[in-house]
Design a protein around this ligand. Structure first.
Ligand code: BGC
Length: 726
């Protein structure tokens, strides 16, 4: 053959190959890429996609140039790099990241734009670190104030959690990073999280627990979801056919990949047929021990391949799983639009600080002691371990390694200089995971005496305490043991307040807690966890540089007994013989407090400001499927501030019991200058007013007159409108 002919043949062959390699063509439709890739793969290659190949990666198909998936915790920043096969730090020096505020804090901003900023910034850090999937965010419902992981979730209300999670996911995924929404579903307690079977009515399941997940699927098209450890209807949620194939994939039409929680897979047949797509593990053999070639023994590895080869499980099951994983790979690792990202940029720190400032909730402010007028005080005593403790550490898998971690004490010293004195007041154990019962009483007494002594010299005390991510103090794999603050904080605050009535209490924590000293203190702010810029966010609020505008995403009860499930005993929490019964049904959080007239210490949606707001009479219009509530808010005080307007629906009497009020809309104003007004339009799709009808197994919209209560929190309604729904 002539040289030119050979060349022509070669070029034609190359063109054919290139044309045929649809899966590598970023401009080809996603489903065609998936189909093409799948058609080229061997059974073994398909199997390889479905399980871990290291602690935080699953394999691609090297022969075809299909990339692996790199995952990492999540959800408040990128976790420190760990060794390929162990839980030991890889000891990198370039994996310091920005710790963003806890998700409870994000929910407390009630600000969808903050959620977009969060999702964008945190995913840029994941991209920079070479990750494809971030393990988070989480939207489990805060059913109990003892939940060890509540700080990783978005409060007690499914509407608020759903509305806040959607922008986060959209922003992250627009950067080519998949979110892995946690923990699907009913992982509402850490006590016995691996063994507990949750018994919940279909109605509560749909209206409360599944609702935020459904929104994330339908409105944000979340790419991956993590199955939870616990069981529902006696089957683990990581491979629960009814939940994953029935509800998630079929009913909600979800096309993403379901990833197991680490070590949450327990059975090959169930994993094969129950809707699990990627099995990840705590140990290299999946559950219990480390071994050299452990990953091959995962339930979805060799044992599953055997079932396919024998014909016990049809190839279509494997193809469907592999397709879901391929889709995820093309959406992330092989997405040409995936951003390069950046790490520890000043912009990310700004986002972190602003979310913190907007999420801090001012709960009490007698005689306007806040914002602090420093000229009034000669000596300000700061007491409490959380004034200096790094709260980006601890808590379990969400722990972060930070370069910048500004403590409250440091920020107070920067702002107020020599006026600041400090006494630790109490201690919680040196090791991060120390238990409350390992505290040395003598040391505790010494620290307390020292603080009380110094208090006599001070004309203002700022107490900084709360929970701290120790085991059973807001930490994975164990719930809190008491509704009270630990380490003698109650007694200490109370005694300090007897010495100095100018006392401001600042607490950190993902959960509500008892405050027997509340009447003794002048002011109280709750800060959740604020991340790298913790001290700066806090001091900007205390000093008045920023006007507080956060509101509670969870009810603070006076007494633990006031939470809805408590009266039902241990069966309702934490369960007996591996069974827990959600006997309060849909009456979770404020739905119970409001309907049953139980007075909370601080209601859902509550938060004070340094300014005041007036609401005009709300008006409503109905357009197609939406109800639009319009209200004008005016800043009637002396400083600029933001207000969160909340809309709670009261349904007409129907065949089932409804909560007296349910959150169905909210909006936050811009920063309003004194005297300035803003008109907010809050859209409520009519179907948001439906309830889940257990007899029909579907959503029903009762016809009749709905009252839409517009207010500043669930118990402070400023105006009402009635709307006819047909
Ligand atoms: C947690 C997950 C986490 C995973 C990997 C599990 O124990 O429940 O939330 O993503 O570990 O660290």
């Amino acid at each position: 053959m002539k040289r030119t002919t050979i060349l022509a043949v070669l070029m034609a062959m190359a063109a054919m190959t290139a044309q045929a390699q649809t899966y590598l063509d970023p401009n080809a439709p996603l489903e065609e890429r998936v189909k093409d890739a799948l058609s080229r793969m061997t059974t073994h290659e398909k199997i390889q996609l479905l399980h871990a190949q290291s602690k935080f990666t699953s394999a691609g198909v090297p022969r075809l140039g299909i990339r692996q998936l790199n995952m990492d915790d999540g959800p408040h920043g990128v976790r420190e790099e760990l060794e390929w096969n162990t839980w030991s730090p890889a000891k990198w020096t370039n994996d310091y990241i920005v710790a963003f505020p806890s998700l409870t804090c994000l929910a407390a901003t009630w600000n969808r734009d903050m959620s977009t900023a969060y999702g964008n910034a945190v995913s840029e850090e994941f991209a920079f670190r070479g990750k494809d999937i971030m393990l988070g965010p989480g939207v489990n419902i805060q059913r109990t104030p003892l939940n060890g992981r509540a700080f990783e979730y978005m409060g007690e209300d499914p509407y608020l959690a759903g509305e806040i999670v959607v922008p986060y996911i959209k922003a992250a995924q627009a950067n080519g990073i998949a979110c892995c929404l946690k923990h699907f579903v009913l992982n509402d307690q850490e006590t016995n999280r691996f063994g507990v079977n949750v018994n919940v009515s279909d109605r509560a399941m749909r209206e409360i627990y599944l609702r935020p997940f459904q929104k994330a699927v339908e409105k944000a098209h979340v790419y991956t979801i993590m199955g939870s450890y616990n069981m529902w209807k006696g089957v683990h949620c990581c491979h629960n056919d009814e939940l994953l194939n029935g509800i998630l994939k079929k009913e909600w039409n979800w096309d993403g990949a379901l990833i197991s929680d680490w070590g949450g897979t327990t059975n090959t047949m169930e994993a094969a047929l129950g809707g699990l797509d990627i099995e990840m593990g705590t140990y290299t053999d999946g559950k219990t021990k480390e071994s050299e070639f452990g990953y091959e023994n995962y339930y979805l590895a060799n044992p599953f391949e055997k079932l396919i080869e024998e014909g016990t499980v049809p190839m279509s099951v494997l193809d469907e799983k592999a397709s879901r994983v391929l889709r995820t790979i093309f959406r992330t690792a092989m997405n040409p639009k995936k951003v390069i990202g950046s790490q520890c940029s000043e912009n990310h720190y700004d986002v972190c600080r602003e979310i913190g400032e907007e999420g801090i909730v001012l709960l009490k402010n007698d005689k306007n002691i806040l914002p602090l007028d420093a000229s009034k005080y000669k000596k300000i005593l700061v007491v409490g371990e959380n004034a200096t403790r790094s709260l980006t550490q601890g808590g379990g898998s969400s722990e972060l390694k930070t370069l910048r971690d500004i403590s409250p004490l440091e920020a107070l010293q920067t702002m107020y200089g020599d006026k600041i004195d400090h006494a630790q007041g109490y201690y919680s154990g040196r090791a991060i995971y120390d238990r409350v019962d390992r505290i040395d009483p003598e040391k505790q007494a010494f620290l307390k005496a020292e603080a009380l002594e110094k208090a006599k010299e001070a004309d203002l005390i700022i107490f900084i305490g709360g929970l701290n991510k120790n085991t059973r103090q807001d930490c994975e794999n164990g719930d809190r043991e008491s509704y009270n603050l630990s380490y003698g904080q109650n007694e200490l605050i109370s005694e300090l307040a007897k010495i100095q009535k100018n006392i401001v209490v600042v607490t950190f924590g993902g959960n509500p807690y008892a405050m027997p000293w509340l009447n003794q203190v002048a002011a109280l702010t709750h800060c959740w966890y604020l991340g790298s810029e913790s001290g700066t966010s806090l001091v900007n609020v205390l000093s008045g540089k920023v006007c507080p505008s956060g509101k509670l995403p969870v009810t603070f009860a006076t007494r633990y007994e006031d939470y809805p499930y408590v009266k039902f005993g241990k069966e309702a929490y934490p369960g007996v013989d591996n069974q827990v019964y959600y006997k309060e049904g849909i009456f979770v959080g404020y739905r119970h407090f409001v309907t049953n007239n139980v007075k909370p210490l601080f209601p859902f949606g509550f938060g004070l400001s340094y300014t005041t707001f007036a609401y005009n009479k709300p008006i409503s219009t109905v357009a197609n499927h939406n109800i639009i509530i319009q209200t004008t808010v005016t800043n009637t005080g002396k400083v600029a501030g933001k207000e969160i307007v909340q809309v709670y629906a009261t349904a007409p009497k129907g065949s089932v019991e409804r909560p007296t009020k349910e959150l169905k809309g909210f909006a936050k104003t811009k920063l309003l200058q004194p005297g300035e007004s803003e008109t907010l339009r809050i859209t409520i799709p009519k179907e948001e007013l439906s309830y889940y009808d257990e007899t029909k197994h579907g959503w029903t919209l009762t016809e009749g007159t709905y009252t839409l209560n517009v207010g500043a929190n669930v118990n402070d309604i400023k105006g009402k409108v009635n709307v006819e729904v047909k």
